[in-house]
Design a protein around this ligand. Structure first.
Ligand SMILES: C[S@@+](CC[C@H](N)C(=O)[O-])C[C@H]1O[C@@H](n2cnc3c(N)ncnc32)[C@H](O)[C@@H]1O
Length: 239
């Protein structure tokens, strides 16, 4: 079961339980939020694997109560949900949210990319990597693939008059054989799968470069410190 489904089930159970308590004991609404928060936090301690889930569970019913007290038009919630879905909907599937490579990372990346190389950014977000290469390394043929609709659309607008290739779709369905360098800034979740794919498809001598995330049990040949506040690293594997 995904973490999101687990979250929804726990909250639903806690909210129902709290509603029954509040109804029979005739308690004020604040108690509803406290009881639901307590139920769900307790359940999260058992069924979620990270401590921060407990915090989210504790706070969630209080936020519901707060939101109800503002009497906001429900269409705003729908709009916010759709916006989040268009940006982060893919997280439910592959657990890779949207965050962008910073300029230090891109400078380090550019040092690893040979002159005239073909580069693919898998999970290209809003096209930050491609826009940077178009500007500072026009010798590189840079392509990007992104499956979240809103970031893809922003990237499309941003790269409209550039030579960058910009596709909508699943990066794991793309053929990596055409590329000299594949850049991935994803999450720990898909790295094992990415390595299997890279081994099958990438040509000998080509480079797989990951921003921050290791491939389990496959040490990189090269590690470059990006020098940002997060202590990020670029990890380089030569196929
Ligand atoms: C951390 S962001 C990195 C964005 C960009 N590469 C950068 O460095 O600025 C990861 C992006 O990958 C996208 N993504 C994750 N899995 C994907 C997949 N299988 N196919 C296409 N895009 C994917 C997510 O939607 C998200 O926008």
């Amino acid at each position: 079961m995904t973490q999101a489904a687990r979250f929804a089930l726990i909250q639903l159970g806690a909210i129902l339980g709290a509603s029954v308590c509040v109804f029979f004991l005739r308690l004020p609404a604040l108690y509803w939020a406290l009881i639901a928060g307590a139920f769900s936090t307790f359940a999260a301690m058992r069924w979620h694997d990270r401590k921060w889930w407990c915090l989210i569970h504790t706070a969630f019913p209080l936020f519901i109560l707060l939101a109800i007290s503002f009497s906001i038009d429900p269409r705003w919630y729908l709009a916010a949900f759709l916006l989040c879905w268009m940006v982060f909907g893919g997280v439910l599937r592959n657990r890779v949210p949207l965050y962008l490579s910073n300029s230090q990372a891109l400078e380090q990346l550019a040092e690893q990319v040979p002159q005239g190389a073909r580069l693919l950014d898998i999970g290209a977000g809003t096209g930050t990597v491609l826009a940077w290469f178009m500007r500072y390394r026009p010798d590189v043929q840079a392509d990007g693939i992104e499956f979240a609709w809103l970031p893809w659309l922003l990237g499309r607008i941003r790269l409209a008059n550039s030579a960058a290739g910009w596709q909508h779709g699943d990066a794991f369905a793309a053929d990596l054989a055409e590329y000299d360098v594949v850049y991935a800034y994803l999450s720990p979740e898909p790295m094992g799968l990415l390595w299997e794919k890279a081994q099958k498809e990438m040509r000998p001598g080509s480079l797989l470069i990951s921003n921050s995330f290791d491939i389990p049990n496959v040490p990189p040949q090269r590690v470059c410190n990006i020098g940002d506040w997060k202590g990020s690293r670029l990890l380089v594997w030569k196929i």
